[in-house]
Write a protein that binds this ligand. Structure first.
Ligand SMILES: *Cc1c(COP(=O)(O)O)cnc(C)c1O
Length: 480
């Protein structure tokens, strides 16, 4: 047996490169990253390739290794060429972020040291780091002491945690579900309906509340709906507001909605996956007034804090509610129970073992301080307003409502012919050009263009370039 163990050890040691081997690996990997960053301003925001990444199948997973150069070549050709380039400042399509480099270094350290961030006993420091970050966010939104939360992989999971917490805190039983009512607008993010379904709440009543002309929930309409539902014997349970809808960036009137939720004792959940961190600038704070009156909030560092993908967060006003919905125990973890000075992610979320994702948020905040984040967010707000003003000056373009945050809706209105068709062609032409990437949506049944400005690398010249491209492409299509 010992011989076999030795033999296996010899092969398994490939898992542990020595210093020289590590350095040999680092060199091409770092060079790849540096080439990407140095070349980024030349790279298209969107690119189609004939094989759409199929080359990845050319190297099937097998017994024998391939070289780092081969692996990086596959990555370059099949992954980093086709499709959207979310790191590009020209990404003006979905709600982007960009991915700051400081987090990449933090991920590297987190992966090398592999601290166990789920349980206090295992890594009190990593748990305290997450708690510090959540406390910082709680202060930012104006939550009291006793608030808590969780760093998640993204906004969808954060919304799911918020909804499960709301369900448990309210004591909703299976028999109550068909009478339980959820209030939201037609522009609420689709991850919320997905979360309701996953949480076993598909049979709950979804009440789509009317919006004003700027796509914000109308408080009087909400109150009327709640009163009627009560009269009809239903159970008004959950109010979901958007702090920045994905479609138009609209912020629901949080203060007024919070008052209504309190009066009728609803759980008030705010989806700020996109807009939450605009609390960091004075302008955003005004727009998000009343966010503190909620019971739970979602905000995505991988959106409005510019982190690489894989970082969302949920905050809950009352930690006991979050624990009540997620706490669990196991015999084999009895040692871990003896040292629990602070609540840890495993007590507060569906996860047990988790990526030490606090570090990718902590390191940039510490190394940069808050100033550049505040500046970048205000810059994005102003760029959206700038685009809103400038695109109207281009013959043929009309805009949607004045932007609350950093999304602007607009469209081209041709002299004759079908406007929807024209705008569809316009998006295609801009995407094909590739220097910037824009997206579209349906608003009131009309094909509408969206300018979503949130990559930290997007600046004034990017917006000017986008306007120039839109002008050129629109003229080209109009003259066909
Ligand atoms: C992006 C977004 C989500 C979903 O977050 P993910 O991080 O993509 O899972 C939820 N709500 C809003 C308003 C969003 O913009």
């Amino acid at each position: 047996m010992k011989d076999r163990i030795r033999q296996l050890e010899h092969i398994a040691r490939a898992l542990e490169p020595d210093l020289a081997q590590r350095q040999a690996l680092q060199k091409p990997v770092l060079a790849y990253a540096e080439d990407f960053l140095e070349d980024l301003h030349n790279l298209p925001a969107y690119r189609t390739t004939p094989d759409k990444g199929e080359g990845i199948y050319r190297a099937a997973i097998g017994e024998e290794p391939i070289s780092p150069e081969q692996a990086l070549a596959l990555l370059a050709e099949s992954v980093d060429r086709p499709g959207l380039n979310p790191a590009s400042g020209g990404h003006l399509g979905y709600i982007p972020g960009g991915g700051i480099y400081f987090s990449a270094l933090a991920d590297y350290l987190a992966d090398v040291t592999n601290r166990y961030a789920g349980v206090f006993f295992a890594s009190p420091g990593a748990v305290r780091m997450e708690n510090l970050l959540l406390r910082w966010m709680a202060d930012l939104v104006g939550y009291p002491q006793g608030a808590s939360g969780n760093l998640t992989s993204g906004g969808s999971i954060a919304n799911l945690i918020g909804i499960v917490t709301a369900r448990e805190a309210f004591g909703l039983r299976a028999a109550d579900i068909p009478r339980a009512v959820v209030y939201l607008t037609a522009h609420a993010h689709h991850s919320l309906q997905k979360a309701l379904r996953i949480a076993g709440l598909q049979e709950a009543v979804l009440r789509t509340v009317a919006m004003d002309e700027r796509f914000r929930m109308r408080p009087e309409a909400l109150q009327e709906a709640i009163e009627k539902d009560r009269k009809d014997g239903l159970i008004p349970w959950l109010l979901i507001a958007s702090a920045g809808t994905t479609d138009t960036g609209a912020v629901d009137p949080l203060q007024e909605l919070g008052d209504i939720a309190a009066r009728f004792q609803l759980w008030f959940h705010v989806d700020g996956a996109y807009g939450g961190f605009f609390m960091l600038c004075a302008e955003g704070k005004k727009i998000l007034r009343g966010i503190h009156s909620s019971d739970s909030i979602v905000m995505d560092p991988h959106k409005s804090l510019f982190l690489p993908y894989g970082s969302g967060a949920v905050l809950v006003r009352d930690q006991q509610k979050l624990i009540g919905a997620h706490y669990s125990q196991a015999n084999y973890m009895q040692d871990a129970q003896t040292s629990r000075e602070e609540a840890a992610p495993a007590d507060l979320s569906p996860e047990l073992t988790k990526h030490f994702r606090g570090l990718r948020l902590w390191l940039p905040l510490q190394l940069l301080g808050l100033k550049p984040f505040r500046a970048a967010l205000e810059e994005k707000l102003l760029l959206a307003r700038y685009f809103y003003e400038e695109i109207q000056k281009v013959e043929g373009f009309e805009v949607g409502p004045y932007p609350d945050l950093s999304v602007v809706t607009y469209r081209y209105v041709p002299q004759h012919g079908d406007a929807d068709q024209f705008n569809r062609k316009l998006v295609e032409a801009v995407q094909k050009d590739g220097r910037v990437f824009i997206s579209s949506t349906q608003i009131d049944g009309r094909f509408t263009l969206r300018m979503a400005i949130l990559v930290f690398r997007t600046h004034l010249e990017t917006i000017d370039l986008a306007i120039q491209i839109l002008r050129e492409k629109a003229a080209e299509i109009a003259s066909r």
